[in-house]
Design a protein around this ligand. Sequence first.
Ligand SMILES: [Zn+2]
Length: 290
Amino acid sequence: MPELPEVEFAVTRLRDAVAGRVIASLEPFHPAQQAHLPPADQRAATGCTIERVERRAKIQLIALSGGALLEVHFRMTGDWVFTRVGDPPPRHERVRLETTDGVRVSLVDSRAFCVVRFHAPGAFALPDLGPEPLTDAFTVDGLCEALARRRGPIKPALLDQKLVAGVGNIYASEALWEARIHPAAATNRLSRARVARLRDAVRLVLETAPAERYYGRDTGNDAGTDPGHDAAADAAPEQERWRVYGREGEPCRRCGATLKRLPQAGRSSFYCPRCQRRDPQRESQREARR
Ligand SMILES: [Zn+2]
């Protein structure tokens, strides 16, 4: 599933390809996408200039002249493929946008869960989202406050977009390993020092994410049609990229202990049983002794 760094990379590529251009046509092909983008909306978008391409959490927002907006979600396996009008279409093309000067953007998605919606001027409202993790709005104080109000384990909490926007399953495991916090640690019992470590770890794993290498790996794209797509990098084994994610049974890169997997809220968490302590009290006593 594309995570925040991949969506940010996708937004950058889309902006480079279409900002300032005029939409000649917008067409969904799969019934799932046709349901989100009926003919009246396709016609309403046609003729609009693409003024800005932005991101909030993992939502891509294409601002059109006159104040209308296209809202895009990649969901599980969506991706952009850029070609020219008249080129052979890419595999799994679900929605096609063409500009009046010959640029064609295809939303490809092997599983067809992606969503493109048109919103008339003023009709779009963002869902309730927490701060963007890579901005100054993501503070230790704010995170402490939000976590203190919650019950339950920390890992599923990190996936809640109201807590922090755009952290997905992979980076939640990676950040907890960086911060040396057990995925089942109780959110409202984390010390301020641990919350500060967690906040820094979330930023670190997102900032250092190799988005351009990971991106599009399993979307079923024809790599040859996308100049931004690095086919050789796609072959790199995933476990070499992550510290803990998907590495159950392998040694921890920090302490050598065998990494474990923990099912939580229907998702897998990966962690080191030795350097990610579950008991915050013992941890804070150890911290106090240092
Ligand atoms: Zn370890």
